[in-house]
Write a protein of this length. Structure first.
Length: 107
């Protein structure tokens, strides 16, 4: 019976110590605050980077459209230049034919 009473006293002492145990570690609390602060800063930076990405993406799309327009204009100009060269060739041939006809009429 003595051992039961001693065990009961030890259990009560252990329970009292557990109740009085300070589960709040100041270093742990400080580390959590630092981590929370870092998390907030990273979220701010993430938002800024997302905004910059959106602007860069808009710029990219705008420049892509302008490049495509310029390439289309260049193709049109090349086509016009080819047509112009063909017209000149036709005129040269007609001129040559006319000159031949004139030579025939003069002889």
């Amino acid at each position: 019976m003595n051992s039961v009473i001693e065990k009961e006293k030890k259990l009560k002492l252990a329970l009292t110590k557990l109740k009085n145990l300070n589960l709040k570690n100041p270093d742990l609390q400080n580390n959590l605050e630092i981590l929370n602060s870092n998390k907030n800063q990273l979220e701010i930076e993430k938002g800024e980077l997302e905004d910059k990405y959106k602007l860069l993406n808009e710029d990219y799309n705008s420049l892509s459209k302008r490049l495509e327009e310029m390439q289309n204009k260049e193709k049109i100009e090349q086509k016009k230049q080819i047509e112009f060269s063909e017209k000149i060739d036709e005129l040269n041939q007609e001129t040559d034919t006319l000159l031949e006809e004139i030579d025939k009429w003069q002889t």
